[in-house]
Design a protein around this ligand. Sequence first.
Ligand code: ATP
Ligand code: MG
Length: 322
Amino acid sequence: MRILTGLQPSGKLHVGNYFGAMEPAVRLQDEGEAFYFIANYHAMTTVKNPDELRAYTRELAIDFLAAGLDPERSTFFLQSSVPEVNELAWILSNVCPVSQLEKAHSYKDKIAHGFSPQHGLFAYPVLMAADILLYDTNCVPVGKDQKQHLEITRDLAGKINEAYGEGTLVIPEPMIREATGVVPGLDGQKMSKSYNNTLPLFADPAEVKKLIMKKLVTDATPLEDPKPKEGSTLLALYRLMAKDEDVAAMEADYDRGGIGYGDFKKRLLEAYLERFEPMRLRREELLADPGYVDQVLAKGAEKARAAAAPVIDRVRKAVGLA
Ligand code: ATP
Ligand code: MG
């Protein structure tokens, strides 16, 4: 079984990325052949400054390794190391109805958040389909926000197979953990690098404290009253990070009343610090050894190119390019 997922170097990684995609990806490393990549072409849809793109790319590589990606067990590479992905995207473009892209939630969300409606952003799901299909991927661990993109991927692969022969492309299955769903950001909307509402995966504890205490939204329920659990961003984040018994205690305290959000926020901070401490330490080691990261990505690029070559060959022949 081939497993593949990608993360965009579009800003600092956040706990939504971790629980939605990275943690499942790390766990799946032993279940099959894992291909994990840094989606730097995709990031160009929102990151326009080259130095920034380079810096985010490097940081993401370090952070994913710190989160448990093991380059001995996985192929870890930059999307741009295998430019054939653009060729496959072009081929897919020719079976993709514009109306399908017009319906994409993520495109509409980005536009609603003020990003200009460029073709790259619009065509994002086609490139994403190519990312997946270029490696004969079977399983794609992603967050719930990617569900529709995965449906588009499956649909485009089906159209290619119908037009050019069964078996031209492998149809992938999404792996979406319903429990994680869409991790809410500090403002209650989907946590997103480009929405400036994140709880970063790696940040100075003082900064995290400030974000939780000052920016995390809560409602105006008086201290003595029971707090609504439904729709509580604070509780949703706590459920992801804290131990089961601590979650049960906090839920009971929500129901009981008499405890304010300030206290709950302190508990969230503690859970966050404890949960990510081992990863923070590993990250410090990686930061001190930049040559190692380059070496990992160079080796990953080679392995990824070798895996993509027979697929793009097969597709070229099928569609009449070779
Ligand atoms: P951007 O704002 O640039 O789109 P992002 O924060 O949405 O960035 P991506 O790189 O687009 O992050 O997504 C990487 C992975 O993280 C995807 O599998 C995506 O489903 C997952 N993910 C992103 N945000 C969340 C979230 N809030 N909850 C759960 N999973 C998420
Ligand atoms: Mg996204």
